[in-house]
Design a protein around this ligand. Structure first.
Ligand code: ATP
Ligand code: MG
Length: 254
């Protein structure tokens, strides 16, 4: 039971923190994951803690990209498993995507805990812990390059929420289309991915599911059109503008 009163002005943000701390206590989240959340929170504050126009248009492009994929894979780390396991399962079931556990700070026990969490939420075939199907990606250091040959290695589209810049670049160099969630429009991950959703994963993942549902009724051509009209660089600068406008508004109130 949470002790945070609903009336607290930062209630939503504090509830997300609670989930992360709980995830840490349950062996899902790394210490470093708690700090990564802090970096995200700061950017969320600057964005006004809401899903902006630019994020919505990135979500639409991401949905089109996932629906057009032959083999989409959702990469799950500790923070994602702690924050939105239900949504990951929903998205995977809806789009036929595979789910693979992939950790920046590799640790077998934590991996197993994450797999258990995803399974508990209704998805039985989680990749990333079977040593028989391990293979390696080029261009990054040892532990982090290990992926499943039937999952990320074979994927054409990879969804990597809250990812690190080096791995994003390695995945991109391996020819994957990369979709990420990252609250910091300036991070290397944001700048390297093909589609960056600058939004809190706790808000954006649900919106992505809704968009996939909506766009699943469209034909291939109209999905391709959505992608043609999307430019990640432009979208990132729109996000930076949204931060700027939000700050200017706050300046006027002060
Ligand atoms: P990069 O390696 O891409 O340059 P970084 O080293 O600055 O990024 P990391 O700590 O590697 O940052 O990754 C965490 C990233 O995830 C941060 O950019 C942070 O803004 C983002 N992040 C953290 N929590 C959330 C969240 N709940 N929703 C969306 N993004 C988040
Ligand atoms: Mg990093």
């Amino acid at each position: 039971m949470s002790l945070i009163p609903k009336s607290h002005p930062r209630a939503k943000s504090l509830l997300i923190r609670e989930k992360l701390v709980e995830g840490f206590d349950n062996g899902l989240v790394a210490k470093e994951g708690l700090l990564a959340q802090g970096r995200g929170e700061a950017f969320d504050y600057l964005l006004g803690e809401k899903t902006g126009k630019a994020a919505k248009s990135a979500i639409k492009a991401a949905a089109a990209q996932i629906l057009l994929a032959k083999l989409p894979v959702i990469s799950v780390n500790g923070n994602v498993a702690a924050l939105c396991p239900k949504e990951i399962v929903k998205l995977a079931k809806l789009t036929g995507a595979k789910v693979e556990v992939n950790l920046f700070y590799s640790n077998q026990k934590r991996k197993n805990n994450i797999v258990k969490t995803i399974k508990k939420n209704g998805f039985s075939e989680v990749l990333g812990t079977n040593s028989a199907s391990k293979t390696t990606l080029k261009g990054i250091d040892s532990a982090r390059r290990i992926v499943d040959k039937n999952g990320i290695f074979a994927a054409d589209v990879v969804v990597v929420p809250l990812e690190d810049g080096d791995r994003t670049l390695a995945l991109r160099k391996a020819g994957k289309k990369i979709i990420t969630f990252d609250l910091n429009p300036l991070s290397r991950t944001s700048q390297t991915a093909h589609i960056t959703i600058v939004d809190n994963v706790t808000r954006g993942m649900d919106l992505l599911i809704k968009e996939c549902k909506k766009l699943s009724k469209k034909n291939k051509k109209s999905l391709e059109k959505i992608l043609e009209n999307f430019d990640n660089r432009k979208n990132l600068s729109e996000n930076i503008n949204e931060i700027k406008n939000n700050l200017t508004k706050r300046l006027r109130i002060a």
